[in-house]
Design a protein around this ligand. Structure first.
Ligand code: ZN
Length: 205
């Protein structure tokens, strides 16, 4: 074998056998005020992205419920891990369909990175929407005081960070045929109470 051929073979073997590094996808990491009780993705066992979809820019905030009755003794972290697995295997989604999930104690969990649009089983286009989902089925159960406080504070934080006008703060059912976010939660959007409480925070210096 000539020297030149063996070198070429060596280069080809090295190239084809080299371990491929996992892809790195851009993720927007947010700075939260200490008043927000946020658990970051890395702290609840979120698994890294395997693929992505085109990024977007936030111009709306849309409120959801998870749509499944959430008992007080259910473990929210186990639920999140299962939801991520389900989203990636049973649904054709890159991740959990929502950006933030709020448990009954008002703990806010980061879910899908905010720089990627969410997903939906319904017909609206979530591009440009920051999606906040409260755990529970608010056709059957009531929003807890802790969930409400976190919803108001998180919505205000996102509205301020992305300059979202409050007329773009809506519920899922404002965009398509669905019960989401459930009547006990939707009443606060319909009455303007959520917008009022968020505005009160935004008007603070
Ligand atoms: Zn929804």
């Amino acid at each position: 074998m000539s020297v030149r051929f063996s070198c070429l073979l060596g280069i080809l073997l090295t190239w084809s056998c080299a371990p491929t590094a996992p892809p790195i996808f851009p993720i927007t990491e947010l700075e939260y005020p200490s008043s927000l009780n946020v658990v970051r993705r890395a702290d609840w066992g979120w698994k890294a992205l395997q693929d992505t979809i085109p990024q977007h820019t936030i111009s709306r905030i849309t409120i959801h419920h998870s749509g499944v009755f959430f008992p007080e003794d259910k473990d929210p972290v186990a639920y999140l891990r299962h939801l991520q697995e389900w989203s990636r295997t049973e649904r054709p989604w890159m991740d959990i369909p929502y950006h933030f999930m709020v448990d009954l104690d008002g703990v806010i969990y980061e879910a899908r990175p905010l720089n990627y649009p969410g997903d939906t089983n319904t017909t609206y286009d979530p591009t440009g929407h920051a999606l906040i989902c409260l755990m529970g089925n608010f056709e059957e159960q009531s929003v807890t005081q802790a969930q409400w406080n976190s919803l108001v504070n998180l919505t205000a934080y996102l509205a301020r960070t992305y300059s979202v006008p409050l007329w773009n703060l809506k519920g899922h059912k404002d965009y398509t045929e669905t019960l989401c976010p459930g009547k006990d939660l939707y009443q606060y959007l319909e009455s303007g109470e959520l917008q009022k409480q968020v505005r009160r925070i935004l008007e603070q210096p």
